[in-house]
Design a protein around this ligand. Structure first.
Ligand code: SF4
Ligand code: SF4
Length: 159
């Protein structure tokens, strides 16, 4: 008898048709989307900083007010499958963006490995370098701009 091969939901269910719990479970918990971004007025290019939203628990990369986040932080964006066109501003390691672009999740993803250990081991969360936004004056934010290189931050200057 040939065993039936199990295909996980993210390979068989289109993102727009996932249940809310399936959708939520795609988030790998890296915390990168909770970093402040600066946008060039002329080119509209988005630059990430290493400055974390003040509601992010940097040690765990969890939002401290997840259920009420949009009441507490007006600029907080809730991702939905209907906004796939805005995914391009997400970091290129963000699991929603990766799944949208490649139709699969990376081999370090918690849904693939069963825990977040491999994601953390590879340094893909912000917990080692994020800084609370409220500890830095807004006029100095440009000095905190970073560029993602293989999911890791490198200092970057806005030219
Ligand atoms: S960047 Fe993507 S995967 Fe990482 S915390 Fe944000 S939504 Fe989740
Ligand atoms: S409110 Fe929470 S989810 Fe929204 S950006 Fe801040 S830490 Fe992230």
């Amino acid at each position: 008898m040939i065993a039936k091969r199990y295909e996980p939901f993210w390979k068989t269910i289109p993102m727009e048709q996932m249940s809310s719990s399936e959708w939520e479970s795609l988030c790998d918990g890296c915390g990168k989307c909770c970093l402040q971004k600066l946008q060039d007025d002329e080119t509209e290019e988005v630059y990430y900083t290493n400055l974390a939203c003040h509601q992010l628990n940097i040690a765990t990369c969890q939002c401290k007010v997840y259920e009420t986040r949009q009441e507490k932080v007006a600029s907080c964006v809730t991702l939905t499958a209907g906004q796939i066109d805005v995914f391009e501003w997400l970091p290129d390691t963000c699991s929603y963006r990766v799944l949208h672009e490649t139709k699969d999740l990376p081999n370090w993803h918690p849904l693939v490995t069963g825990s977040n250990k491999e994601m953390l081991r590879q340094g893909l969360s912000v917990r080692h370098y994020a800084v609370n936004e409220r500890t830095v004056s807004e006029e100095d934010w440009e000095t905190h701009v970073i560029k993602w290189v293989h999911g890791m931050p490198e200092p970057h200057e806005i030219v």
